[in-house]
Design a protein around this ligand. Sequence first.
Ligand SMILES: Cc1cc2nc3c(=O)[nH]c(=O)nc-3n(C[C@H](O)[C@H](O)[C@H](O)COP(=O)(O)OP(=O)(O)OC[C@H]3O[C@@H](n4cnc5c(N)ncnc54)[C@H](O)[C@@H]3O)c2cc1C
Length: 407
Amino acid sequence: MAERDPIIISGGGPVAMVLALALYRQEVPFIVLEQLDEPFVDQRAASHHPPTVEMLDKLGLAEHMIAEGLKSPVYRFHDRVTHDMIAEFDLGLLADEVEFPFVVQYEQYKLVRKVIELFGDDPAFDVRFSHNVTGFEQFDDHVIVFVELSDGTIEKFRGSYLVGCDGGRSTVRKAAGIDFEGFTYPEKFIKIGTYFDLMKYDDRIAIRNYFSHPEEWCNLFRVRGEPDKPDIWRFVVPMRVGETEEEAKAEEAMQERLKRFFPRDDDFEIAYANVYTVSQLVAETFNKGRVLLAGDSAHVNNPIGGMGLNGGIHDAVNLADKLAPVWKGDADPDLLELYTRQRHKASTDFTQAQTIANKKQLEERDPVQRQKRLDEMRATSEDPEKAKAYMRRAQLIDSVKAAAAIT
Ligand SMILES: Cc1cc2nc3c(=O)[nH]c(=O)nc-3n(C[C@H](O)[C@H](O)[C@H](O)COP(=O)(O)OP(=O)(O)OC[C@H]3O[C@@H](n4cnc5c(N)ncnc54)[C@H](O)[C@@H]3O)c2cc1C
C-alpha cells in the first residue's frame, strides 16, 4: 500500500541534498530539516570520482559541476623526502569503462548551493533551515520527528520514514541506538588553503597530488576559487599528536608547514585553515525500522583518497532507488535491508579498507618498507593493467559494482 506521509531527511548537507533530489526526480515527497540558518560553507569534500559524477549526471548536476569545477584526469604521488615524483595515474585509461574518466573538483558547499539554486523555488523541493532535529518516535506506519526552531519552540513532523543525513555526530543515529564502531586517530589533520599557484612553482604538480613522508605526508588538491578569486590549493597534513588547534593555526606555524613542501622566501597567502579530528567508524546497521542512515551519519573515514562524500552520494542514490518503490507501495519494505547489506559492504570493504591503506602508504616510517611501498606504487603506475585495477579500487568503481552484486 502506498504511503501518505513525506520522507523526513534530518540534515541539509550534500548527502541530504542528493537524496532529496533523487526522491524529487521519482516524485516522492520529502522534507529536509537543516539545523543551520543557511547552507554551510564547508571546505571539506571536493573530489568527485567517476561513478559519482555518473550518478550526479543522471540527476542533472554533472554539467554544472564540470562547468564550475575543475576536471582532473590525472593524479600524482610524490616522495617528499627525495622530492621525486613517484607515480602518475591517468583516469583516461578507464575511458572505455566509465562515462566520465576524470575526477571533478567541486566543493561540497557548491553542490548544496547548486541543488538549492536549481530546485529550491519549487514548493515540492521542501528544504527548511533553522530546524534542529532533536529526536523521534517510530510507529508501525509512521515516524514523528521532534524539531527545535531557532526561537526555542518545538514542532513535530509526521513522516513515513526518517533518514539521518545529519553527519558524523548524527542525532538520528544516536536516538536510534545504533552503534558507531571503529577508532579515532591520535593526531588531528589540518587543512590549509593558499592562493599561491603551485603549478607555476613546480610543473610536476597536478590538480590532485599525494606526498609520502614519514612524519608529514600531504594531500594537495586544487579547487576553483569563488568568481573573481584565484584558484585555491588545499593542503591536508597531519598535526603532531597533542598539538593544539591554536598552535597549528598560528600564522608562522602554517607558513612553516607549507614551506617544508615548497621552500620559498615569501609567505603564502592563506585563504582558510581548518582542523579536523579524524575517525574510521561505521554504523552497525543503516536501517532500523522506519529510520535509515546515509552519508557521514552511517560512516566516517580519513580524507586521503577523497572517499567519504563519494560513498555518501552512493548511499543517497542507492537509498532513493529503494525508498521510492517502497513508498509507492511497489516494493516490500524488506528492500531496505538490502540497502544496509549493499552499502555497509561498500563502506567497510572498500572505503574503510582503502582509506586506512592510503594513510599507511603515505606515512610509512620504516625506511625499507617505505622504499618497497614507493617502488610498488611506481611499478603499478607503469603497468597499464595494474594501474587500471588500482584506479578501479581507488576511484570506488569496484565498490559500486560489489554493492550492486549483493542481492
Ligand atoms: C579535510 C577533509 C576533506 C575531505 N575531502 C573529501 C573529498 O575530497 N571527497 C569526499 O568524498 N569526501 C571528503 N571528505 C568527507 C566529506 O566531507 C564528508 O563525507 C561529507 O561532508 C559527508 O556529507 P553529509 O551530508 O553526510 O554530512 P555533513 O556534510 O556533515 O552534513 C550534515 C548536515 O546535517 C546538519 N545537521 C547535523 N545535525 C543536525 C540536526 N540534529 N538537525 C538538523 N540538521 C543537522 C549539519 O548542519 C550539516 O549541514 C573530506 C573530509 C575532510 C575532513
